[in-house]
Design a protein around this ligand. Structure first.
Ligand SMILES: *Cc1c(COP(=O)(O)O)cnc(C)c1O
Length: 402
């Protein structure tokens, strides 16, 4: 449980969080404790420990040791309203673990149509096999969302903004409606992190993150988390223990290292992303810039109302052009890698085509010229934005000079 630092501002909490003296000893960071077996002082101590299944006490390696406890504790401290956090070996494992903690056969899950593809696949794959049905809803249509509920709706899965197409949902309203209907609201909060969007404070029951992205920040480790108030934290923890989910202390240590600087990295990459998004708006090659923190964006109003921060991830859509042109664009970028993931110190570019996977909200949106549909997602890293703009400029020229 978090203690003491509640009144501090987020940047201060990031520095302090999880650094309990009984875990760190006399050094700044908790040690990397590699342990399967935890040794008991006596048989009496072993039987006593067996009776309690508490956080933060030695038991056996699957329940972690100081390194993992410190990370989970730190994530709880930065998520206002959370009682605890469960760690998972990847973001996708966190999504699966959270949904499995909530859903039972016969339930219906509502899924935001802009959700990360593996979340959709979880609904249409494993959950379906288990007898859980799902319905997709248009993330920007509150009325359609309301209508999508039925007697059996047990949970809603939100993602805001959608990590490819960047629609912002009215999360506080959606969480409130879910609660009124007796459903649990879960959100993939990877984009904003609790620093930019305190999801539980905004009414969500369970806040899930891929720590692989902003918390790691260095593209060298994978992990996921789910944070919740007391009731759902207990369910998450129980399910995770039954599934045998555990993360390595080495990776937890990398995540703790990343976490300490997340605030400054997010601030810097948001600033650069905004500069690049504004510049892209002026380019004749670009039909749409999808970036909620950009004034005029479809999600800007909700973003300004609900978010206190952003990140370097946004998308744009080419004006006309074909696949070959888009490939020339990304192939000619020198400072942007082509690859999955985001939130690292290095910039990335990823072509995307959500049309075939959409079910409730068409892509491209009906109001657009149907020729404008080829998207590129940019994850802006910590390079100088002027260099990134120069790189994009030369790649745009090469795109059209085949
Ligand atoms: C990457 C990502 C995940 C999954 O995280 P992994 O750690 O790669 O499994 C979940 N949600 C979103 C929005 C993501 O971008």
């Amino acid at each position: 449980m978090s203690a003491g630092s509640k009144e501090h501002k987020p940047a201060t909490k990031l520095v302090e969080a999880g650094r309990k003296p009984e875990w760190t000893g006399r050094v700044v960071n908790p040690p990397v404790v590699r342990a399967s077996t935890h040794l008991y002082a006596s048989e009496a101590e072993r039987t006593e420990t067996l009776k309690n299944n508490h956080d933060g006490v030695f038991y056996y390696g699957r329940r972690g040791a100081q390194t993992q406890w410190a990370l989970a504790e730190a994530l709880t401290e930065i998520e206002p309203g959370a009682h605890g956090t469960v760690l998972y070996p990847s973001g996708v494992a966190a999504i699966a673990g959270a949904l499995m903690a909530v859903l039972r056969p016969g339930d219906v899950l509502l899924v935001s149509d802009n959700s990360y593809e593996p979340s959709r696949l979880m609904a249409s794959g494993l959950l379906k096999k288990w007898g859980v049905e799902h319905r997709f809803f248009d993330p920007t249509d509150l009325e359609a969302y309301h209508q999508a509920f039925c007697e059996q709706t047990r949970a809603v899965w939100l993602e805001s903004p959608g990590s490819l197409t960047m629609e912002v949902c009215d999360v506080p309203a959606m969480a409130r409606i879910a609660r009124e209907k007796g459903a649990v609201s879960l959100i993939d909060n990877t984009w904003a992190t609790p620093l930019g969007f305190p999801a539980i404070q905004h009414g969500c029951d369970i806040s899930v993150m891929s720590l692989t992205k902003h918390v790691s920040g260095h593209s060298d480790a994978m992990m996921g988390s789910a944070s919740a108030g007391e009731r759902w934290y207990r369910a998450l923890r129980r399910t995770s223990q039954q599934l045998g989910q555990v993360v390595s202390p080495d990776d937890a240590s990398l995540m703790l290292r990343g976490l300490r600087t997340m605030h400054v990295r997010l601030e810097q990459s948001t600033k650069s992303a905004l500069a690049i998004a504004e510049w892209l708006k002026t380019r004749p090659e670009v039909a749409h810039v999808l970036c909620p923190m950009l004034p005029g964006d479809a999600g800007h109003e909700l973003w300004s109302r609900d978010f206190s921060g952003a990140c370097g991830l946004f998308s744009f859509v080419l004006k006309g052009r074909d696949d070959a042109a888009r490939a020339r664009l990304v192939d000619n970028l020198e400072l942007f890698g082509i690859g999955y993931s985001w939130g690292g110190f290095e910039s990335l570019a990823l072509p995307f085509d959500p049309a075939p996977i959409r079910s409730a909200a068409s892509w491209p949106p009906a109001s657009w010229d149907p020729q404008d549909k080829l998207g590129v997602r940019l994850s802006i890293g910590l390079e100088d934005p002027d260099d990134l703009i120069a790189d994009l400029t030369q790649a745009f020229v090469k795109m059209d000079n085949a």
